[in-house]
Design a protein around this ligand. Structure first.
Ligand code: 0RA
Length: 659
């Protein structure tokens, strides 16, 4: 979940040339460079000028976006009921080939005089004009069309098997380099094959991640039950296939795989009406976290929307109705709140509809008001029926919600106490905090440091004008196993919450956050890694907005100091150490291994880890919320077996284990 940040001062410099780079496509083959192709070229020119506008960025994330775009077209074809197999192949040179067994992209003369295949690949947003795009998604970053991929590819080749033939066309940076040709008779082949290689002049990296692609394809397979998706990586001779008969039920089982569940099977609801499909699966586990994912036309609506609102309303209503029907709640008892019934809930909501509207800044919120009622009705009916048929499961869920209600009340009291205490003692921040002079949060940093001795070095080494130090003593509470009331009153977390100033949980107010760089600085050993994980878990579960806004960082203290007496170098890894030693090429070299931050003197710590001019920070990011939840559960949760398995697998990758 981390991403390397460029050293300060290089960031803007790096961003500038990228835009300029893509300005003009290289010349097409001269005989193809006629008036018609110029016109088409103009059509895609804006994409090469400002790739970020179409695919978000030109880093690894943007690179993967090209793959999603092509794969999503095949998935649309599957969603429309015309394809049942998709193969994604990463070729040895980093090119990608996506094949489906759908109807094939339309070919033949289009009203414009050009071939339909060419129009689809060379005109912006031309994809949906051919009638096959019933579930197609409009606007936003998704569904920008294969022409965007084409414009940003060094080369692209499409083959469409339909209408009695296999038809093909090739392009370079969006410009056709061949006419649409018939390769041969259709035979028993049908569907579309799209191969492309991202343009190294546009992208900072061409390194596609097997895990990232695999994760995404797995999710798509969950969302489209009965669809076969195969991933083959020819670079590493790896292969993986996804097929889920159970669809969302399998998804929920997967999300709960390392947790103790409250029922044997997830509840599943499916309703079809006309072109609209509503699917929901849910299952409770014994944790305290809510783990709910919503999708519209396979797009992860991370900001929720009308389908999620309908789901939540139905859940709260049907659990309260049941609790009263079963006399678990008495007339005089208050209703369970939405928060209470969502504690320990894992659910996936998926709607498929014509013309979904995506709203909000990130276009990740479903806006169609007409879907709320049907989702609410379907879910309420499904849950009500399930509870009546499985009263023992029902009782366990209601008991859990009641416990949640009591704990929430206790947490509110504890939190009020913390906040009041923070407010009353007012500017009296925790005694351990060595604050900075700066008051503007956007210019202020706080280092969360493990142990008093490292805290001492950091306090001496810092630039006190804008850097604050908060030492934590010993292990912090494992929040994965504790409720909020215990967390806010814990000796180690309370000072942290007060120092940050923004509150916690539901009452978090980012406007009050006192530092916009919160930097976790722990030793480069096993204990340090453990504390770092505990802190990351804490932020992920209780201050996720801090991560979402990009305020959380991990410091990178060096592992080695390599010195010749004249010059000193620092190395972050053994590989780097060896490179430095080799380069120096004198044999009176002393190599010192830093066991902990406390072993560095203040100057060294400043120079290597804290000076914004020379340090490297990792920014904490949640790429994939489902996966992050699973990892935290696995690392920090109750069950030991999955953790052991993980450690056994990961241990093989570890070179220098320091215990
Ligand atoms: C529009 C219309 C039709 C097929 C498609 C799009 C289509 C596009 C892609 C992209 C990847 N795989 C695809 N499969 C199908 C066909 C309309 C018809 O045949 O009536």
């Amino acid at each position: 979940m981390t991403q390397e940040l460029p050293r300060r001062g290089t960031k803007e410099a790096a961003a500038e040339p990228q835009e300029a780079k893509g300005r003009r496509p290289k010349k097409a083959a001269p005989n193809e460079y006629n008036a018609a192709s110029i016109q088409i070229l103009e059509g895609l020119d804006p994409v090469r000028r400002r790739p970020g506008m179409y695919i978000g960025s030109t880093d690894a994330r943007g690179l993967h976006h090209l793959v999603w775009e092509v794969v999503d077209n095949s998935i649309d074809e599957a969603m429309a009921g015309h394809a049942s197999n998709i193969e994604v192949r990463v070729l040895a040179d980093g090119a990608v080939r996506v094949t489906d067994d759908g109807r094939g992209v339309p070919v033949g003369r289009h009203e414009s005089g050009k071939d339909a295949l060419e129009i689809v690949h060379t005109k912006l947003h031309a994809g949906s004009k051919f009638g096959g795009g019933g579930y197609k998604v409009s606007g936003g970053l998704h569904g920008v069309g294969v022409s965007v991929v084409n414009a940003l590819s060094e080369w692209l080749r499409v083959e469409s098997a339909r209408d009695g033939g296999v038809w093909s066309q090739e392009y370079s940076r969006g410009v056709p380099t061949t006419p649409v040709r018939k390769l041969g008779p259709q035979g028993n082949r049908r569907g579309t094959t799209t191969s492309f290689r991202a343009d190294p002049e546009v992208f900072e990296t061409l390194d596609l991640s097997f895990d990232t692609i695999s994760q995404r394809l797995r999710e798509s397979a969950y969302l489209n039950k009965g669809l076969w998706i195969r991933l083959i990586d020819e670079r590493a001779d790896r292969e993986r296939s996804f097929y889920f008969e159970g669809g969302l039920v399998s998804f929920v089982r997967h999300l709960n795989r390392n947790k103790e569940t409250l029922s044997a099977r997830p509840i599943y609801v499916e309703r079809r009406e006309g072109a609209t499909t509503i699917e929901v699966a849910l299952q409770y586990n014994d944790s305290y976290a809510e783990n709910v994912f919503s999708f519209a036309n396979n797009i992860n609506t991370v900001d929720g929307g009308t389908h999620l609102t309908g789901f939540r309303a139905a859940l709260t209503r049907s659990l309260n109705d049941y609790a009263r029907r079963a006399s678990i709640l008495k007339d005089s008892d208050a209703n369970l709140s939405g928060d209470d019934v969502r504690e320990g809930l894992t659910a996936v909501i998926s709607v498929k509809m014509i013309d979904p509207q995506f709203e909000g800044q990130t276009k990740a919120k479903l806006g169609n008001a007409e879907i709320k009622g049907p989702v609410e009705a379907a879910v309420a009916e499904g849950i009500g029926q399930y509870l009546d048929e499985n009263p023992a499961d029902g009782r366990r869920v209601i008991e859990k919600s009641l416990t949640a209600a009591r704990a929430r009340e206790a947490a509110r009291k504890a939190r009020d106490l913390v906040i009041r205490k923070g407010a009353l003692e007012g500017m009296s921040l925790p005694g351990k905090l060595a604050d900075c002079q700066e008051r503007d949060p956007s210019k202020s940093e706080v280092y969360i440091v493990e142990g008093d001795s490292a805290g001492g070095s950091a306090k001496q080494g810092r630039d006190r004008r804008f850097q604050a130090i908060l030492p934590l003593r010993g292990k912090i509470l494992n929040v994965e196993k504790a409720r909020l009331d215990k967390i806010v009153s814990s000796e180690n977390i309370r000072p942290l919450v007060i120092a940050l100033g923004a509150g916690i949980g539901d009452s978090l107010d980012l406007a009050k956050l006192r530092y916009h760089r919160i930097i976790i600085m722990t030793d480069a050993d096993v204990d340090g890694a453990h504390i770092r994980t505990l802190l990351l878990t804490f932020f992920y579960r209780h201050m996720p907005q801090v991560i979402e806004n990009g305020y959380l960082f991990i410091a990178q203290p060096p592992l080695f100091r390599v010195s010749t007496g004249k010059v000193t170098h620092y190395a972050a890894s053994e590989t780097e150490r060896d490179e430095i030693v080799k380069k120096l090429a004198v044999k009176n070299i002393t190599v010192q291994r830093f066991k902990g931050l406390g072993e560095m003197n203040a100057d060294q710590l400043w120079e290597t880890t804290m000076n914004p001019e020379t340090r490297t920070l990792l920014r904490a990011e949640v790429e994939d919320a489902a996966e992050a939840d699973a990892v935290f559960t696995m690392l920090m949760g109750e069950r030991v077996e999955p953790r052991k398995d993980f450690i056994k697998t990961e241990a093989r990758k570890v070179q220098n284990l320091d215990v």
